[in-house]
Design a protein around this ligand. Structure first.
Ligand code: C5P
Length: 218
């Protein structure tokens, strides 16, 4: 693809799974590897955008030419995303944010015997919903919905509730798709009611399809 259709645009992308630490050695997390966010960053860079990639600890390197910002927790991710939202033309929340965190953080490693049977938990902020409240009308905000079973109904509900412009409904119960895989399949939905099914392809291809969908030359 030789398109430079994102030249002059700033694209803000979140990637990976947040980690919510209980103490220095234990955290609540999820299996996201951030590869979808990496693919989005590569695709946007290739299409001429200025790219900011806010990512959780990952096994890959931030591509040359992309501004990488590493975060660990949902609270840290929210702080950076809110700070960077104002200059972003398109913001894509592909990160898998932990929905909960331990209520307390201990700077000392907790002895095993002192770990409670029922760990007190607290919710983390819904980052994309917060971005949805603050974004200006000229800015696009895209979310992901990783689902098992029916992927469309919950994705449409999230699109509305979180005030998104589009959402990627992503099955995670298919082989070779979703968390950790190099490939993905999805249905793109937008607030105008468009619905496009993308069959299994690499995460980089999926990223290009998403930008095609967003810039309207599908
Ligand atoms: O509600 P659910 O977690 O399925 O929504 C997924 C979308 O919301 C993703 O785009 C994800 O990055 C975002 N999200 C978020 N903050 C949370 C939970 C999810 O930004 N605490």
């Amino acid at each position: 693809q030789g398109k430079r259709d994102l030249a002059g645009k700033q694209i803000l992308i979140s990637a990976g799974g947040t980690q919510e630490y209980l103490d220095p050695v234990r955290f609540i997390g999820n299996p996201s590897t951030g590869k979808m966010g990496l693919g989005l960053a590569q695709a946007a860079l290739h299409r001429g955008a200025k790219v900011i990639l806010v990512h959780c600890p990952a096994s890959w390197d931030v591509p040359l030419g992309v501004e990488g910002i590493e975060v660990v927790s949902a609270d840290q991710m929210q702080h950076v995303m809110l700070e960077r939202l104002a200059n972003a033309d398109i913001t894509v929340m592909s990160a898998a944010v932990a929905d909960i965190k331990p209520q307390e953080y201990s700077t000392e490693k907790l002895p095993k015997r002192s770990l409670p049977e029922n760990l007190p938990l607290a919710p983390v902020p819904d980052i994309v919903a917060e971005l949805g409240k603050r974004k200006q009308p000229h800015q696009s905000l895209i979310g992901f919905a990783a689902q098992t079973g029916d992927i469309i109904t919950p994705a449409r509900e999230k699109l509305q509730r979180k005030q998104l412009d589009a959402i990627v409904a992503n099955p995670i119960d298919k082989t070779d798709s979703g968390f950790g895989s190099d490939n993905n399949q999805a249905v793109f939905l937008d607030k105008q009611g468009r619905e496009v099914e993308i069959p299994a392809c690499s995460k980089l291809e999926m990223a290009h399809y998403l930008f095609d969908f967003l810039v309207g030359n599908w």
